[in-house]
Ligand binder design. Structure first.
Ligand SMILES: [Zn+2]
Length: 244
């Protein structure tokens, strides 16, 4: 029997969101909050792209020399787990440390990006999240920030949804999402956001970005941004499970 009638859906959504927000402060509680794997969130497909890989390390930590490519993959793996628990279909562009480029090509970075674009196209994705870490000559620069294609209104809205959650959850997130001149944003047609999770050139963020709990928190902020983007107005809670 349905416990909740349609007329009660909106208040329940509000309660659900308030519950989510209250849980944001504790990653340990967040883990306990995962719904059952059988839950479905409308069958949306999210592509998670861990930036760089293989001989392309991206930037590196000022103190620990940690590779950006490794931090990106760690966060993507955590986000994958959280998204699947919420019922999303998830496709990763890369699963391991290796890059996606063909060997013996003139421009391996281009080859790498083309392969990522092929995977995204084949996935029939609804959204794409590309995870990166930032760097800057000044070690004082810090803060997570989401970037979008200035020609994509949906992408802008998606980036702003994520930025709002990053700001709620992380100590140094930027106040605003921004447009960015990224190759990935230009070649992918579905709403795409680059999340620069922090600066590996800032010593405090360099430590945080390698912390598993902090990585989980970043992943959860992105998850909440995705849920908000979809405006889950049709989400109905019945019998303790979320169903469409
Ligand atoms: Zn990068």
């Amino acid at each position: 029997m349905k416990l909740i009638t349609a007329i009660k859906i909106k208040p329940l959504i509000a309660v659900l969101f308030l519950s989510i927000v209250s849980l944001l402060t504790s990653v340990a509680i967040v883990k306990a909050f995962y719904p059952s794997p059988s839950s479905s969130l409308l069958g949306y497909t999210i592509v998670l792209d861990a930036g760089h890989g293989g001989r392309d390390n991206g930037c590196s930590g000022r103190i620990t020399d940690v590779k950006e490519s490794d931090v990106n993959l760690a966060i993507v793996k955590k986000l994958e787990k959280q998204l699947r628990a919420f019922g999303f279909n998830v496709v990763l562009t890369r699963h391991g440390k290796e890059g996606l480029y063909q060997e013996n090509v003139d421009n391996y970075k281009r080859s790498d990006m083309e392969k990522r674009a092929d995977i995204i196209l084949a996935s029939n994705a609804d959204l794409v999240v590309s995870v990166h870490q930032n760097s800057f000559p000044s070690q004082h620069q810090r803060g997570a920030q989401a970037f979008y294609n200035t020609n994509s209104l949906e992408g802008e809205f998606f980036a702003k949804s994520i930025q709002k959650q990053l700001l709620k959850l992380l100590p140094y997130a930027r106040k605003e999402a921004n447009f960015g001149d990224y190759y990935m944003l230009k070649i992918v047609k579905v709403p795409t956001v680059i999340v620069e999770c922090g600066y590996l050139t800032n010593s405090e963020e360099e430590q945080l970005l390698q912390n598993a709990i902090y990585q989980d928190r970043i992943a959860y902020a992105i998850l909440c941004g995705i849920v908000e983007y979809f405006d889950i107005s049709t989400l109905v809670m019945t019998n303790g499970e979320y169903n469409v």
